[in-house]
Design a protein around this ligand. Structure first.
Ligand SMILES: [Ca+2]
Ligand SMILES: [Ca+2]
Length: 500
């Protein structure tokens, strides 16, 4: 009997450790999709996107073949974008309820989709209770009140300081001329609050991690920022070891590389995005393959962690306009193709997969997701230009050659060859307009061949023997591999090879 009990216990222990291993061993690299809830999908007819709207689109997220979604802030906030939070443990009523959020997370998990949410720690709303308590105390000449120490108050004016009306006090504020006061992240009481907020989201709601807003503004300098980030990371991983955290450090590659010292899993690879970024500049360079290869290898050599490349996000002009690709779907597809051949976690901003446009003021970059002409949310307030160059989702689903189906194909290939995401790169072949990257780690090895030429095929003769594993043809044509090593790639063609 005792012997049997022991064997049952051993089997149980094995099962438990396998389950724990399974969770912790899941690679953090993945295919991520950024959603602005306001503009994504409306479930209750008020015109504003909401959490149940996202739930209604889970089939679409599954169709895309992504590993996870990043929800821009969902907390109560007086602004449409919600980056100024008034309550870190609730959902903005425009978006729904905590129960809706729990349901969204659990339904995503059923489909194998991870969920991370924006965690805006640098500042709160002026309407957050902590700030109104602090201001009330200062107006009563009580600077010793604990909430005063939650923020950075000064008795003198200075840069990034806003006068507290009716007093001689000034508070630190960096982003909006007064409505987003900076928290004092060096204050242990503030950190206790943050620990409790992270416990709430990771344990009670069940999210899989966070996107950290504005980390370069956390403290007084980069050393302080890294120290705060290290604390955030250690605390979050203590609560949920498997959680994935990605930070917004909108700065140079060298500075981004330093931020990885905090232990945070990823920082967005801003130098790859936008008009001057690695992708757009490679596409317009005289020697695009050399430009692409150089920046890829440079990023990997400097960064010790998971890269997080992206073409654009809610703060940048959309890639469609940057590339002037409104009537050049091949170029749009190819841009998605080559950003996705970076290792790590590639983030796609909602709508970029269908070629949505947006530039100028912030709301223009956050217009309604184009499901169809009949099915869109209202645009966020302040939009001055909302134009759609490509058909909506439903129409693109029916067209095998659409940008949407090309993006879906990219994700399917990455699922079949996850070493694309988890491996590291080295140069196998390089010419001005075509290159072959070796991508490998302990789990496998693939060769990624890319032809950057918009008009001409590329002929590449490789050493060794290969088989053709997959192809991504942004501009049609055909890939051929003759005699195990003579590869022909059509214009804007990408091929995956395996060693024979
Ligand atoms: Ca709604
Ligand atoms: Ca700050």
């Amino acid at each position: 009997m005792i012997k049997r009990l022991w064997s049952v216990l051993i089997v149980l222990a094995l099962l438990l450790s396998a389950a724990a291993l399974g969770e912790d061993a899941a690679p953090k690299e993945g295919r991520w999709y950024e959603i602005f809830v306001y503009s994504f999908s409306d479930s209750n007819g008020d015109g504003i996107g909401d959490l149940n709207g996202v739930r209604n689109k889970l089939d679409y997220l599954e169709y895309l073949g992504i590993d996870g979604i990043w929800l821009m802030p969902v907390n109560p906030s007086p602004s449409y974008h919600k980056y100024d939070v008034t309550d870190y443990k609730d959902i903005d009523p425009q978006y729904g309820t905590l129960d809706d959020m729990r349901a969204l997370v659990s339904e995503c998990h059923e489909k194998g989709i991870r969920v991370i949410t924006d965690l805006v720690l640098n500042h709160t709303s002026t309407k957050h209770r902590w700030f109104t308590m602090a201001c009330g105390a200062l107006r009563m000449s009580n600077p010793a009140n604990k909430y005063v120490s939650y923020y950075n108050f000064y008795e003198a004016a200075g840069p990034n300081r806003v006068n507290l009306f009716g007093t001689n006090w000034y508070y630190e504020e960096q982003f909006s001329g007064g409505s987003m006061p900076d928290l004092n992240l060096m204050n242990p009481q503030v950190r206790q609050e943050i620990r409790s907020i992270m416990e709430f989201w990771l344990s009670d709601i069940g999210v899989d991690g966070f996107r950290l807003d504005a980390v370069t503004s956390y403290g007084k300098d980069i050393l302080e920022n890294i120290e705060i980030l290290k604390w955030v990371n250690d605390t979050a991983k203590e609560i949920k070891p498997s959680c994935y955290i990605v930070g917004e450090a909108w700065t140079s590659l060298d500075q981004i590389a330093r931020y990885y010292e905090s232990g945070i899993d990823s920082f967005f690879l801003f130098p790859a995005s936008q008009a001057e970024g690695y992708i757009a500049s490679a596409l317009y360079a005289m020697k695009p393959a050399r430009t692409y290869m150089k920046n890829l290898l440079l990023s990997e050599s400097k960064i010790d962690g998971i890269l997080a490349p992206f073409l654009g996000n809610h703060d940048t002009a959309r890639i469609l306009g940057i590339l002037n690709a409104s009537s050049n779907p091949a170029l749009l597809k190819f841009a998605h193709g080559i950003i996705n051949m970076y290792p790590g976690s590639v983030f796609t901003y909602y709508g970029d997969e269908i070629g949505m446009s947006g530039s100028g003021n912030d709301p223009n970059k956050r217009i309604a997701m184009n499901w169809s002409e009949e099915e869109r949310t209202s645009d966020p307030p302040g939009v001055t230009r909302a134009r759609y160059s490509y058909p909506g989702v439903y129409q693109q689903m029916e067209d095998a050659d659409s940008p949407l189906n090309f993006y879906k194909q990219i994700n399917a290939i990455k699922a079949a060859y996850p070493v694309i995401m988890t491996g590291r790169s080295s140069e196998k072949y390089l010419a001005d307009k075509c290159c072959v990257i070796e991508r490998s780690d302990g789990t496998g090895k693939v060769y990624i061949a890319i032809n950057f030429d918009a008009d001409k095929s590329a002929q590449i003769t490789l050493e060794g023997a290969y088989t053709l594993a997959a192809e991504l043809l942004a501009n049609g044509g055909e890939v051929t591999l003759e005699g195990d090593n003579a590869l022909t790639l059509p214009p804007y063609g990408i091929a995956l090879l395996l060693e024979k």
